[in-house]
Each structure stands twice: as structure tokens, then as C-alpha cells.
Design a protein. Structure first.
Length: 319
């Protein structure tokens, strides 16, 4: 007896991605041995035309879907375990698209050490819609949380900021680019090793998905304190520096645009050597960009003269 179309699609494209606990994707749910430590779970959705461009290569779409979820684990100091995924595709989606999508997932599964555990496939009259729920583990009581920064703590960030927002412009043909910025938009780099190295060092952490200023504000509200960020200290890639040199009006976009998936975290001033060591251990650049302050839960972006930079918006809004 031949397989129904949905099960044939699953067997062809998704079964090769499955872990042992997925039970060959033939049951109603996966069965896992409970790992030592605490489970960390996160979920993100991506919609064509909103979170990726409809004509983006399917390989990068699959990888970005997995990586934005891995970034949530990184922000918690967790190690990946596996994931569940729901794929809603318009009828008539060509098999080549699915082959590219799953090839991208397979490449990142190998790189980051996890596999698919199950999920669902459905058709939709709308655009491609993808949802992924990721599972990770962290030693008991060692998860990094957004809550915990204190006035006087230093603000640190990993990698470089602004590449994601500039990369979207580049991918749309609105910014000159040699491919680096568009690549950073399509393929963010989850800072898993750094997140794990910061356990017991960072007092609060999250990943920069909605924009540096707005995400710093999340830490401030949970800590009931403010923040001052030195704009000149914010680390920029060569591509971002070149774009900014050509158009200084891009600075607000760099500071608020989002899609960087770098780690933003608080640490006590006396722990600066430990932060630097965590960066070296993870082979990831870390930069101090400001400090948390007593008082109102405002995030101030300061120019080299200490004057506040006015921003037209705070960051990305999901609604």
C-alpha cells in the first residue's frame, strides 16, 4: 500500500533529519530519556515576507529557522538537545524547495549537534509559515535569565551589531554589499559556546533579536534600573562601518534594527576579566558598551560627548 501524500513527503524530506527518539516520525510523539539538569524550551515562528524574503534560498531559510531558536538557548546558557517543527506550505510548493530547506537543516544539525524529534506538515493558502520548538539542557540552577542586572553593572555584547538590519537592506538591493551583510541577515550565528561560558558570570542575558536599544530595555525593566550605552563603543563589522561611512543616517537603524542574534548581558565590573575569559574560551568577541544606572528604566544612547542620541523608534515590533 502506498503512503498518503503527507506521509510520503515526511518520509522523503524529514525522516533523514530525525533522531532515535523521534521513533522514525511514525508515532504521535517523540520519546526521550530525560537528561540530567534542567530542560530549556523555546519557540519561534517565521513567515515569508515578514521574517525572511520569499525568494531567499530555501537552504538559508531552514538554517535561519533553526539558528534563531538556537540563539534563545544560547541566551539561557543552554546546550541543544532536539527540536519539533511545524511546516505550513502553499499547495504546489516544488519538491526542490523542500530539498533545499531540509538540506540546510541537515547541515546545521551536524554543526550544532541536534536532530528533529517530530512536528507537523500542513498546507496553507497563505505564505510559507514555519514554527520550531527547541529543547535544550542546562545544569540545575545555572540558566541565564533576563532578570538580574543591577545598577552599576556593565553592559556587554557579543560579536557585532547592525549587520542583520543592514543585511536586510542589502538583500533587498537597497544597500551596496559584497555579500557579507546579506549573509549575516540570512544566517545569524547563535552564540551557544559563549552562553555556556557565561554561566555563573553574567547576571542577566538575552539575545538581540528586536534591536539593541529595545532589548536592553527588557533587561532594564526587569531590573528596575536604567542603562547608558556609548554608541561609539558598539562593535561594528567592516561591512557596517563602510555602510555608515557612506550614510551616517544609518546609525539609528544599526542601533534599533534587530536580527543580530548576538548576546547582550550584564556583568559586575569586577567580573570583567571573567567575561573576557569567557569570550576567549568561546572564541567570540565581547565588548563592553555601557552600564546600568539607578533610576528610571530608560535606555539612553550617548554620543562621544555624552549627549543623548534621539532615535526615531525603539526597535522591532511583532504587532
Amino acid at each position: 500500500m502506498s503512503l498518503p501524500p503527507e506521509f510520503s513527503l515526511i518520509a522523503r524530506h524529514f525522516l533523514p533529519l530525525a533522531a532515535e527518539g523521534a521513533l522514525a516520525l511514525s508515532d504521535d510523539a517523540a520519546v526521550l530519556d530525560a537528561p540530567a539538569g534542567q530542560l530549556v524550551l523555546a519557540a519561534d515562528a517565521m513567515v515569508a515576507g515578514v521574517h525572511f524574503l520569499p525568494d531567499d534560498p530555501p537552504e538559508t531559510i531552514g538554517r535561519k529557522l533553526l539558528r534563531v531558536n538556537l540563539s534563545d538557548l544560547a541566551a539561557m546558557g543552554a546546550a541543544p538537545l532536539g527540536y519539533l517543527m511545524t511546516v505550513a506550505l502553499p499547495k504546489g510548493t516544488p519538491p526542490l524547495w523542500l530539498e533545499g530547506f531540509t538540506a540546510g537543516l541537515a547541515a546545521d544539525q551536524a554543526e550544532f549537534g541536534l536532530s528533529v524529534l517530530g512536528g507537523d506538515t500542513v498546507s496553507t493558502p497563505g505564505p510559507v509559515t514555519l514554527s520550531l520548538t527547541i529543547l535544550g539542557t542546562v545544569p540545575p540552577g545555572q540558566a541565564l535569565l533576563r532578570r538580574g542586572a543591577r545598577a552599576g553593572d556593565e553592559i556587554w555584547v557579543s560579536g557585532t551589531i547592525g549587520d542583520g538590519a543592514l543585511g536586510l537592506r542589502a538583500a533587498r538591493g537597497r544597500l551596496a554589499d559584497d555579500g557579507f551583510l546579506a549573509g549575516r541577515y540570512r544566517l545569524p550565528r547563535p552564540r551557544l559556546a559563549l552562553g555556556q561560558a557565561l554561566r555563573g558570570v553574567a547576571r542577566a542575558a538575552l539575545d538581540v533579536s528586536d534591536g539593541l536599544a529595545q532589548d536592553c530595555g527588557h533587561l532594564c525593566r526587569l531590573a528596575d534600573c536604567g542603562a547608558e550605552i556609548e554608541a561609539a563603543a558598539v562593535p561594528l563589522s567592516d561591512g557596517a562601518r563602510a555602510a555608515l561611512a557612506g550614510d551616517s543616517a544609518l546609525l539609528p537603524l544599526i542601533l534599533t534594527g534587530g536580527d543580530d542574534y548576538e548576546l547582550l548581558f550584564a556583568a559586575a565590573p569586577e567580573d570583567a576579566p571573567r567575561v573576557a575569559e569567557a569570550g576567549r574560551a568561546a572564541r567570540t568577541a565581547v565588548t563592553r558598551i555601557g552600564r546600568f544606572t539607578a533610576g528610571a528604566t530608560d535606555v539612553k544612547l550617548l554620543d562621544p560627548n555624552g549627549r543623548e542620541i534621539s532615535l526615531p523608534r525603539g526597535g522591532w515590533s511583532h504587532f
